[in-house]
Design a protein around this ligand. Structure first.
Ligand code: FAD
Ligand code: SF4
Length: 412
């Protein structure tokens, strides 16, 4: 077995019959204008009898496969959230190793889906996080600032008071569950984990289900190669596994929160505690997340408090903690289908929400000689994929950047 760390798979390769042949890694050493630098190294082709795509939530190649092979046909639109996580080292007296806390709601309003987690880990550390559904409606909402504000709640503040923030991260999560799970096999390839959407949303846990889907994929490939069985057995095996049972039980939680926080909590209590997820119907996800924003002039502006640099911090100092370091002179990996749209349409209609939904401050609208200009600071991108999901016209596509310049989440 060979590993190629630091070489993203950037292209899907196909056989003449249309089946997946493998992937190509990215050419390295290309400058902003597309010219080869001294460090140029061409990408390589990695071919296999079966290719397994495991890029995590909103995979760049997975998204293309889902579209090309129409894998989401008959499924509900996929749902996403943006999750934030910080690690804090806290005072001994506030630390209770093993303590777990989950909350729903505050500081979000009742119509916006979100909740927090706090795990007291070893070495006086707490893992603190907040997840916000990307189906929110107000373009003035800033998920990053909601998370910062969350830490000022007295119940949280008293735990982290006197402590020190040591890590920050943000990443989209895939939340559609069973209703939105695409077909996971296609000629020559399989999707596993969050590239398909196997996360258990109410638990905010997807590592165990991703691993299990990978194990089922491995069994499938062995039977495919040795016994010439069709790759469709992957889904048959998946449906017989505990992952399917777990996702089936969880399936109605997320859609019920589209009725608001209170009704969502009441329904979830009945569904999960009384009926153990076995109610005889399945609620639907009605909209894709990029369709849910209302025009800015119909929504209230949100004024977020200033950062105090004790509990709350700005995006610049937060991104610094991620260790993100994209070389300046490389092609921008956030592609605009129409470069004029952010100013000519999205700014006017939605006050360009990319300025707020990006948790790394990549997008800015700057005035130059009194003319608005859309600026992409791609070197700050922490690869969360939120822009690719939430941009109302689907005008932004995240593609794999060169090398290993993304966030270094060693201890996350
Ligand atoms: C804030 C937050 C908290 C969470 N907390 C928990 C928790 O407590 N417990 C839990 O079980 N789950 C948790 N999850 C969910 C969990 O992280 C995911 O469900 C899980 O990591 C999915 O595993 P995966 O292997 O499918 O994808 P990932 O873990 O995302 O791995 C995909 C890997 O592929 C790489 N990659 C992507 N594209 C390419 C490409 N084109 N070429 C090469 N490499 C590529 C990525 O860099 C990444 O390393 C949390 C998620 C978030 C955002
Ligand atoms: S540019 Fe997009 S992918 Fe990168 S950090 Fe911002 S929202 Fe996330």
């Amino acid at each position: 077995m060979k590993f190629f760390p630091g070489f993203p798979a950037s292209e899907i390769l196909y056989n003449e019959d249309g089946s997946v042949k493998g992937v190509a890694t990215q050419d390295m050493g290309i400058d902003k204008e597309g010219n080869q630098k001294d460090s140029f190294e061409p990408g390589i082709e990695l071919l296999g009898k079966v290719t397994v795509f495991a890029e995590g939530c909103r995979g760049h190649l997975g998204k293309q496969l889902i579209e090309k092979f129409n894998l989401s046909e008959g499924k509900d639109p996929q749902q996403y959230g943006i999750g934030f996580k910080e690690i804090w080292e806290i005072e001994d007296k506030n630390h209770e190793e093993g303590m777990v806390m989950h909350t729903a709601g505050w500081p979000l309003d009742n119509n916006t889906y979100g909740g927090s987690f706090m795990y007291h880990a070893e070495n006086k550390q707490v893992f603190l996080g907040y997840v916000i559904g990307l189906d929110y409606k107000n373009p003035y909402l800033s998920p990053f600032d909601e998370f910062q504000r969350f830490k000022t709640h007295p119940a949280i503040k008293k735990i982290i008071e006197g402590g020190k923030r040591i890590s920050y991260g943000a990443r989209a999560l895939i939340e559609g569950g069973l209703q939105s799970l695409p077909k996971m096999y296609m000629p020559g390839a399989l999707l596993v984990g969050c590239d398909a959407g196997t996360l258990n949303m109410p638990k905010i846990k997807g590592s165990h289900t991703a691993m299990k889907s990978g194990m089922i994929a491995a069994e499938t490939i062995i039977e495919n190669i040795k016994e010439k069985k069709n790759l469709s057995i992957y889904e048959e095996k998946f449906k017989k596994s505990w992952v399917y049972e777990e996702l089936h039980r969880a399936r109605n939680v997320k859609p019920s929160f589209s009725w608001g926080l209170i009704l969502g909590i009441i329904f979830t209590g009945i569904d999960q505690i009384l009926f153990k997820g076995k109610l005889p119907f399945t609620l639907k996800h009605k909209h894709a997340d990029h369709e849910t924003l209302k025009p800015a002039n119909e929504m209230p502006k949100i004024e977020y408090p200033k950062y105090d640099n004790i509990f709350t911090f700005d995006k610049t100092s937060s991104v610094y903690l991620t260790g993100t370091n994209h070389a300046d002179n490389q092609p921008v990996h956030l592609k605009l289908k129409d470069p004029n749209l952010p100013i000519s349409y999205t700014l006017e209609k939605f006050d360009e929400p990319a300025q707020r939904y990006c948790p790394a401050g990549v997008y800015e609208v700057q005035k130059e000689n009194d003319v608005n200009k859309f600026v992409i600071n791609s070197q700050n991108c922490i690869h969360c994929k939120t822009c690719d999901i939430k941009e109302p016209s689907q005008n932004i596509t995240w593609v794999t950047p060169e090398g290993s310049g993304g966030p270094k989440y060693g201890n996350m």
